[in-house]
Design a protein around this ligand. Structure first.
Ligand code: PMT
Length: 226
């Protein structure tokens, strides 16, 4: 099958030397790409900037900001069978990026932020994606409630939720522990494991999911312009 995987944080510039971002290391998303490749699938990896190396067999699409990631996903979704959105996308960007380095003249500095496009949320509704859609949820509280809300609102076939308030798993750790939420209301808790082992389990669950009836239609139509 053909996979598209988004991974790592986006960076949202403030001025030529500073940016807003988050603690994502890319380990979970890159482990998923490695596991999908090891299972014999083709992988397009849409990745923000990160210190670790992507698997060489993946087709890498490098982006920096959420809007660049949105455009890259829109361009590469046609023909994809499985899309996994593991990236920690910045929900907001700076409204007006300074052209020159901001000098520290004032005691306080206000930055006005505006919302970024929801890439996963656009997969079905804007891009017309008809393949298997897998989202992640990074939560610090009420994990099940927020995960179920994202599963339904973003029309996913599977939602992978992790508790990022725990220091031993989640952001920038080698291990993770996730709960899987399915559209029929069932859920499955996977025990703590290395991200690479967990990725093998996730790919096995994903390829066993019932295929979407609309998959062929999504492939033919392709995404409308963003
Ligand atoms: O990279 P690591 O250090 O290995 O850490 C792994 C991880 C914690 C980043 C990963 O396991 C994870 O939880 N990824 C999702 C992070 C996230 O942004 O979750 P969210 O609950 O804020 O977003 C929900 C979903 O919508 C995600 O699939 C996200 O990719 C997607 N999204 C969010 C905002 C946006 N503007 N566009 C999106 O596509």
């Amino acid at each position: 099958m053909r996979f598209l995987i988004t991974a790592v944080p986006t960076r949202e510039p403030i001025d030529p030397v500073r940016y807003l971002s988050n603690r994502s290391s890319g380990k979970m998303g890159y482990a998923l790409a490695e596991a999908a490749l090891a299972d014999g699938h083709a992988v397009t990896l849409v990745s923000g900037p990160v210190a670790i190396s992507p698997p060489p067999e993946a087709s890498l699409v490098s982006v920096e900001t959420a809007r660049e990631m949105y455009d890259a996903v829109a361009a590469h979704l046609p023909g994809v069978d499985v899309a996994i959105f593991c990236a920690a996308v910045a929900d907001y960007r700076v409204a007006s990026v300074a052209g020159e380095k901001i000098k520290k003249a004032e005691e306080e500095l206000d930055l006005r932020l505006v919302k970024n496009p929801d890439i996963l949320g656009s997969a079905r509704t804007v891009f017309g994606f008809g393949g298997l859609l897998v989202g992640f949820a990074a939560e610090t509280h009420d994990l099940a409630r927020h995960a179920l809300d994202k599963l339904r609102r973003k029309q996913c076939d599977l939602l992978v939720a992790n508790d990022v308030s725990r220091r031993e798993i989640g952001f920038d750790r080698d291990d993770n522990e996730v709960t899987l939420f399915f559209p029929d209301g069932t859920r499955e808790e996977l025990p703590r494991a290395s991200k690479r082992s967990l990725a093998d389990l996730l790919i096995a669950r994903i390829v066993a999911l019932p295929k979407q009836e609309t998959q062929e239609m999504g492939r033919q139509d392709g995404p409308p312009a963003a």
